[in-house]
Each structure stands twice: as structure tokens, then as C-alpha cells.
Design a protein around this ligand. Structure first.
Ligand SMILES: [Mn+2]
Length: 401
């Protein structure tokens, strides 16, 4: 029973990592032909090497043309980061990505006097070129008059290149963009996502704060639709729609807009919008959502008024659900805004903590204890708490005698 439940949790965790929203299927084929053409073009030039890592998820679809040395390098970078840094290092920082918006988004116009935006990027041993590309996309694809500041929050990275090389890069961006304020926040111990996000919020000064992961690229016009919603109602906390960036070939796969919901594990999952939303027959319209997947864009002061985030949440998981409950309970609402899109790498594994389920369970218990009153038992039941206590007790008895 214990084992089965653990497997179920693991399965759900994995499903949530790669979960696809219910109403979609198109994009996968879109990018593939191009990748195949490239392989064909390069095939005659290079000698075919042996596949050194036939079981590695990195080489399942990608890397057929690499020499053995290159395979070794790519695999070791993949082990370290959970995505393809070997390829990222070879792609332009300002690479173009497909426009995945609904056509109706292209016809929309937005107010001229939108609030200013500050972007917070949280990182922990992120690939240097991945982080640079995120910055590049934000600077290139956010109107200069709206982008007030970028706040870089380092949750105690140990990688050397995030010290020297990255500092040099940020300095060069500062020189190229004199009107843009850069702020560095560094933690001297790992504080986890929730605390890191809140520390970024504390450093922000813009009207609106966008708290993003650092393994992203923003699409054209990502900011305007979000700022328009917040300008209309400062208590709306918004999320863009994520597109998936494959961890192996780094191509962008379109995701259909969907609400960000959660289950009794308090684990985030995609869910349909309300029936009323679909009656409008317009997929470019913002839809109400129970929670956010993680990334959020909100009025800075409003976020402060509702207490920002629960900084007692550790590592990862559940903090986004907590925010959802907090926002709705405090009189605000959450919207997913389809005309705003961000491409986000879904890692194969998270190098900073191989087993996240311990932190996830602890955080779920905490959310249940704080917010869920009599419903907290459902959460405890999902996480198998009664069995776990018995199990620990049994172990103790046996070891002790
Ligand atoms: Mn992420």
C-alpha cells in the first residue's frame, strides 16, 4: 500500500512535470521536419560515431551527428543541468522563436500608458548561456518605456561562471541600456523558490513585478497583454501561457492556454477553463485560474498588501498553490492571459535536489495547515500521512529491539 501510494505520487509528480493541457496535440510535428533536414545536411560531412549513451534521454532524438568527445561533453553538461547546455552554448542568444499566439492576438491594441514593469529572474546554478538568453529576450522583447528594471536573484549558486563571466555580461548590458536598472540579489545560503521570489519582490520598484524562472525566453509582446489586465484591475494576478522548450533539442512546442489548477496533493496541473469561458469562443481572451504554475506578474504593491508569498515554504513545490489560495481568499483573482507567451524549458531533472517529494510533501502539509481547515485531512490522506507515521513507528520499534 505504502509502495503503491509512493509510486502514485511519483507518477503524478512526473506527469505534472511534463503535463500537457487537455485541448492540444498539434505542435510536436511542427518543429521536427527542420531538425531532420539539418541531420541530413550534416550527415555526409561527419563520420558516424558510436552512440555512447544510448539510454540517455538527451540522445533519444538529438545528437546523432556528434563525435564521441562531443557526446561525452554534452552528456556531462546534461547531467549537471538537466537540459542541453551543449546545444544552448551554440545557439544565438537572440535566436528567433516561433510566434505561438492565437491570430486574434495580433489584431489587439493595448493602452499607451501602461504601468512600468520590473522583471525578477530567480536562478540557482542555471546554465550561463540559458540565463543570458533569458535576459536578451526580455530586453529585446519588452518595450523600453515599460521595462524599468531587471532584478537577478541568485539563490546561492556555486558555479564559477555565474560569478565572473556572468558579472561581465550583466555589466555590458548595463552599459548598452543606460535607462534600465539592474539589481543583483545574492543569497549566501540556498533559501528556496518562495523566499527567493519574495526577496526579488522586495528589491523591485516598478509598478508591476514579473517573477520569472531564469530558463525562459519571452515572446514578442509578452508584457503588454499582462500589464493591460493589471491596469484594468490591480487585484488581478496574471500568468502568461507557457510554451514548452524541449530539454534536448531546445525547440519550442506550443501549448494551448489552460487554467492552472491543483489536486489534493496540492500539486499544480493544467485544467480546462470554466464552461463560460469556452462559450465565448475566443481563445485569445484571458481566463480565470485557481492558481499559477509558478511564474506570476502582479501589481507590486497589491502583492505586498496580501503578504507576497509564504517564505516558510522550502525548496520547491506548493508555493504557487499557496499563492493561488492567498490571492482568491484575499479578494483578488488569477488570470491566464493567452496573448502573453513565455517559452520555458522543462528540465529532465532538477540538479539542485534529486528527490523533491520530501519538500513537496512538507510544503503541502504547511498549506493545508494554514489555509484548509477541515479539508486539510484530504491533503494528509493524499500524502499518506497516517501510514507514514505508523511506518516510522514500526521501524523505530524494530531497530530499537
Ligand atoms: Mn521552471
Amino acid at each position: 500500500m505504502q509502495k503503491l501510494l509512493e509510486e502514485d505520487i511519483e507518477r503524478r509528480r512526473k506527469a505534472a512535470e511534463v503535463v500537457q493541457p487537455p485541448v492540444q496535440k498539434l505542435p510536436e510535428q511542427k518543429e521536427e521536419p527542420q531538425a531532420k533536414i539539418e541531420e541530413k545536411q550534416e550527415a555526409p560531412v561527419k563520420k558516424k560515431s558510436n552512440k555512447l549513451f544510448p539510454d540517455s534521454p538527451l540522445f533519444k532524438e538529438w545528437g546523432g551527428n556528434l563525435s564521441e568527445d562531443e557526446q561525452r561533453e554534452a552528456q556531462s553538461l546534461f547531467d549537471k543541468y538537466g537540459y542541453n547546455v551543449f546545444l544552448s552554448d551554440r545557439l544565438p542568444l537572440d535566436r528567433a522563436i516561433a510566434d505561438t499566439r492565437d491570430k486574434r492576438c495580433l489584431e489587439k491594441t493595448y493602452p499607451k500608458d501602461l504601468p512600468s514593469i520590473g522583471v525578477v529572474l530567480i536562478y540557482l546554478n542555471e546554465g550561463l548561456s540559458i540565463l543570458k538568453r533569458a535576459l536578451r529576450s526580455i530586453i529585446d522583447r519588452t518595450p523600453k518605456n515599460l521595462l524599468k528594471e531587471i532584478i537577478l536573484v541568485d539563490d546561492n549558486s556555486s558555479n564559477e561562471d555565474l560569478k565572473g563571466d556572468f558579472d561581465v555580461y550583466v555589466k555590458s548590458l548595463e552599459q548598452q541600456n543606460p535607462g534600465l536598472r539592474f539589481t543583483r540579489v545574492r543569497h549566501n545560503e540556498q533559501r528556496g523558490l518562495s523566499y527567493a521570489r519574495a526577496s526579488g519582490w522586495r528589491a523591485a520598484t516598478a509598478d508591476v513585478v514579473a517573477i520569472l524562472d531564469a530558463h525562459i525566453e519571452v515572446h514578442e509582446m509578452w508584457a503588454e497583454p499582462l500589464l493591460t489586465q493589471i491596469k484594468g484591475d490591480r487585484t488581478v494576478v496574471t500568468s502568461p501561457v507557457f510554451d514548452k522548450v524541449n530539454y534536448d533539442d531546445l525547440t519550442v512546442i506550443r501549448y494551448e492556454p489552460a487554467a492552472h489548477a491543483f489536486d489534493w496533493a496540492l500539486w499544480c496541473m493544467y485544467e480546462s477553463f470554466s464552461d463560460d469561458y469556452y462559450k465565448l469562443m475566443d481563445g485569445s481572451l484571458p481566463g480565470k485560474s485557481p492558481s499559477v504554475m509558478g511564474i506570476l506578474v502582479a501589481d507590486r504593491k497589491y502583492l505586498g498588501e496580501i503578504g507576497v508569498l509564504d517564505e516558510g515554504m522550502k525548496v520547491y513545490g506548493g508555493e504557487n498553490v499557496e499563492l493561488g489560495i492567498r490571492v482568491w481568499t484575499c479578494g483578488g483573482s488569477i488570470e491566464v492571459v493567452p496573448c502573453s507567451r513565455i517559452a520555458h524549458i522543462e528540465r529532465a531533472h532538477k540538479p539542485y535536489m534529486p528527490d523533491l517529494s520530501v519538500a513537496m510533501r512538507r510544503n503541502a502539509m504547511r498549506v493545508a495547515e494554514v489555509w484548509m481547515d477541515e479539508y486539510k485531512h484530504n491533503v494528509n490522506l493524499f500524502w499518506n500521512l497516517p501510514f507514514e507515521v505508523l511506518h516510522l513507528w514500526a521501524n523505530y520499534m524494530f531497530v530499537d529491539t
